[in-house]
Design a binder for this molecule. Structure first.
Ligand code: ATP
Ligand code: MG
Length: 260
């Protein structure tokens, strides 16, 4: 079992999209997959068209498990075959608890170890903001993927992320992959930025593999508006089926490069 995280200190770069698709890909391969959202926006639910489940019940958030009010199985939300999500209520509150009460850290470690028995992979979707919970879970991650937007702000985000790891004494060596996302308003930016990112990665994260860049694709936004994942077997009525099929193929090739 492996704990795999997508992270970046910059918002809106594609962390949730990437980890949602990576998780669903492995679920379709027959693996048991858990994705924990420690982002209180719980936007991972949107990827699968399950936004209604964010507020559906108010006793199945991660906090309730950490406070030991519920059991492991009580907070799992099944969104696809083999694919389960956990939602979080408020990371700031959790973070405060953790700071005040160090034993909460032990509880989180125990929770991850327990889920370990039931899942092949645990994926963690982080918010761009930091908290004690973020630090604890990053430290517990076997593999961290840094998603970087391919423009100057995105590159700044990469730099801030490395700085954050160093400032908080989180092992930079756990960063195994850099995921460039070409989703940018500036059309010229992606190519130039990718070269710069490769240089920066060589310097700051020499152990990490820079993956081929994800292209800016309107089909991603369209599918998310419909709550359809590229790995769902569906016939699209409103959108281009071919674009979805190509996206699924490209993602599959990309995901095969990631060893977790
Ligand atoms: N390659 C892409 N092509 C087109 N749209 C994309 C691409 N990648 C991400 N998006 C869109 O960009 C938006 C932000 O993506 P996402 O929510 O995955 O980012 P995030 O880093 O998780 O954001 P946050 O920091 O708010 O958690 C979403 O609307 C998503 O559909
Ligand atoms: Mg997100």
């Amino acid at each position: 079992m492996a704990v795999v995280s997508t992270f970046c200190k910059k918002g809106g770069v594609g962390k949730t999209t990437f980890i949602g698709y990576l998780g669903h890909y492995h679920a379709t391969q027959g693996k048991k997959v858990l994705i924990i959202s420690v982002d209180d926006q719980n936007s991972i639910f949107k990827i699968f068209g399950d936004d209604d489940k964010i507020f559906e019940s108010n006793d199945n958030y991660l906090e309730f498990l950490i406070a030991e009010h519920v059991d492991l199985g009580d907070i799992l939300i099944e969104v696809r075959e083999n694919l389960y999500l956990i939602k979080t209520l408020n990371t700031d509150k959790l973070s405060m608890k953790l700071t005040l009460e160090r034993s909460q850290e032990k509880v989180i470690k125990r929770i991850i170890e327990e889920y370990d028995k039931y899942f092949d992979f645990i994926f963690i979707d982080f918010p761009p903001s930091s908290s004690r919970l973020t630090e604890v879970l990053l430290e517990l991650s076997d593999t961290i993927l840094i998603v970087v937007g391919l423009d100057s702000l995105g590159l700044g985000g990469f730099f801030n992320t490395i700085q954050y790891f160093i400032d908080n004494d989180i092992n930079v060596g756990s960063i195994k992959y850099i995921v460039p996302n070409g989703y940018s308003k500036n059309r010229r930016a992606p190519k130039v930025s990718l070269e710069k990112l490769k240089d920066q990665s060589k310097e700051f994260t020499p152990q990490a593999i820079v993956l081929p860049a994800l292209a800016d694709k309107s089909i991603i936004k369209n599918l998310q508006a419909e709550g359809v994942s590229p790995f769902d077997v569906v016939k699209l009525e409103r959108y281009d089926q071919n674009a979805k099929d190509i996206l699924e193929k490209e993602l599959t090739e990309l995901f095969k490069l990631i060893e977790i």
